[in-house]
Ligand binder design. Structure first.
Ligand code: GLU
Ligand code: ZN
Length: 497
């Protein structure tokens, strides 16, 4: 069997974690089995669908780095892959079900239906949903009314008794009493638009989908889809309902828990590799004792048996950890390219703001960004951290308050003395030999009767603007000794004021 799976989003919102998880599992299953991954746009709700959401869908998956083999934008043998371009097919099949007496025309107008809903809402005992009012209209009479131009929807005949059973490849056998299935759902609306159920089943059949892998919230639809497959005499695809994704509080993951839209993660400085790696683990485990899986490994390792039945909990801290890991794996050049847009956005790479104006700004600035990567890599949890951590490499930092310069147990005068000595030593240092630099500063500390750390701390604060900064002498090398000495002088002036 050639495996064919699909991601079938409705373009009624931006892509979020839940959708990405569904798409990713389908993609991995296809890859692991040498199969085909299809994108189908389920845009039957025309009022809520929009091109902007379709664009967001394409952008998201290009950024994430995995893509469909067939779809509206890449084509394929089962085109069109957009439901709004397949309406004739749905109408034909709804009518086929009517002809087989597995569906029927319903002429109830909105007024009748809303009265029905209101009455049901008031009564505690009344059945919910459509009351099957039109189910008993003789077929010939219904056909004549339709032929005469009367408005009608087509509803599926859910058997009144018995139950519907199917196997979920993950959850096992599922049995629904037919009386618990939504009574006679609409398949085709009076304007000829299909509903989700009809279009989904017809397309999965004609697109030769072998496995439907989707979120667990679709389980209630599965029995009525089964009723349709059986009515048509079609073999149903295998069903796999994926474990839910919850927030830490046990409720379905939503905006209340934090970012859920992929765009928010993207803007928040996450790497797509981290997101993919983390999301692939929502409700699925691959190899014991291992956390980092490049996509190529996931493609090889994925199996339905590795999915969990229990819901997954979305852990933002874990994702942050993954992000740090993937940032660390980048080369200097890759990471420089990734953080540069954030530095530009923060106004740090503009020529006018270049602090080392003695060198051609562009080349020097780029070299400085590149040279800073080994210094900042370990400190970056998100790409968005870069401007804050790196600002002092491109701009004169504000001179911190005097207390910031004063090592523990010392006073302002002593801090100034140590800073002056530390600054005076800078021009004599060979910054290409950091071991010798450290030796000189240790000797200087001994000469002054100070702790090494107490000598370094005021210098660090003066040069970088902060006590917690990337490595000091590497930073001096990047901004230039002249610039560093200037900062020491400014700090001294402030300290002595
Ligand atoms: N259009 C549905 C959705 O938005 C597809 C559900 C399914 O995979 O059957 O998720
Ligand atoms: Zn009716």
């Amino acid at each position: 069997m050639h495996v064919r799976v699909r991601y079938a989003p409705s373009p009624t919102g931006n892509q979020h974690i839940g959708g990405v998880r569904t798409a990713l599992i389908n993609y991995l299953f296809a890859r692991a089995n040498g199969g085909t991954f299809v994108l189908r746009l389920e845009d039957t709700d025309r009022s809520r669908s929009s091109d902007a959401y379709v664009k967001n869908l394409y952008d998201t998956f290009k950024w994430l780095g995995f893509y469909w083999d067939e779809g509206p934008d890449v084509g394929g043998p089962f085109a069109p892959y957009v439901q709004s371009e397949r309406f004739d097919l749905y109408k034909e099949h709804a009518e086929r079900l009517v002809a087989m007496d597995r569906a029927y025309y319903c002429f109830c107008d909105e007024e009748r239906l809303s009265k029905l809903r209101a009455a049901q809402a008031e009564s505690e005992t009344a059945d919910q949903g459509y009351d099957r009012h039109c189910r008993s209209i003789p077929a010939a009479e219904a056909a004549a009314r339709v032929a005469a131009g009367e408005k009608a929807v087509i509803r599926l005949k859910i058997p009144l008794e018995g139950s519907t059973r199917f196997i979920d490849a993950l959850l096992g056998e599922i049995e629904w009493k037919n009386e618990d299935i939504s009574p006679d759902p609409v398949l085709l609306k009076s304007d000829g638009f299909p509903t989700y159920h009809l279009a989904n089943v017809v397309d999965d059949h004609f697109m030769e989908i072998t496995h439907v892998m989707r979120a667990q919230e679709w389980i209630p639809s599965a029995p009525l889809h089964m009723i349709m497959y059986r009515a048509f005499g079609w073999e149903a695809p295998e069903l796999v309902h994926l474990p839910m994704v919850l927030g830490q509080d046990g409720h379905k993951l939503s905006k209340r828990h934090g970012a859920t839209a992929v765009d928010e993660f993207r803007k928040g400085g996450y790497l797509p590799e981290a997101l993919v790696n983390y999301v692939s683990h929502l409700g699925c485990s691959y190899e014991e004792g291992r956390e980092l899986f490049p996509l190529a490994d996931l493609e090889r390792l994925f199996k339905i048996e590795k999915l969990n039945k229990a819901p997954a909990v979305f852990d933002y801290q874990k994702l942050e950890w993954y992000n740090g890991q993937y940032i660390r794996m980048k080369s200097d050049a890759q990471l420089a390219a990734l953080v540069s847009p954030y530095l530009v956005e923060a106004g740090l790479l503009g020529a006018s703001r270049d602090v080392a104006s003695d060198v051609a700004p562009d080349a020097s600035v780029q070299a400085r960004v590149l040279g800073a990567m080994p210094l900042v890599r370990e400190r970056l949890h998100f790409l968005t951290d870069a401007p804050g951590i790196m600002r002092y490499l491109f701009e004169e930092p504000p001179v911190p308050a005097a207390e910031e310069f004063i090592p523990k147990k010392l006073d302002k005068a002593r801090a100034a003395e140590l800073l002056a000595a530390a600054g005076a030593l800078l021009p004599d240092c060979d910054l290409d030999n950091l071991v010798s630099v450290e030796e000189r500063y240790r000797a200087e500390a001994a000469r002054l009767g100070a702790k090494f750390g107490d000598l370094m701390m005021p210098l660090r604060v003066a040069v970088t603007g902060s006590r917690m900064s990337p490595p000091l002498f590497e930073s001096v090398r990047l901004i230039g000794v002249g610039r560093a000495v200037g900062r020491v002088e400014r700090a001294l002036a402030a300290l002595r004021a």
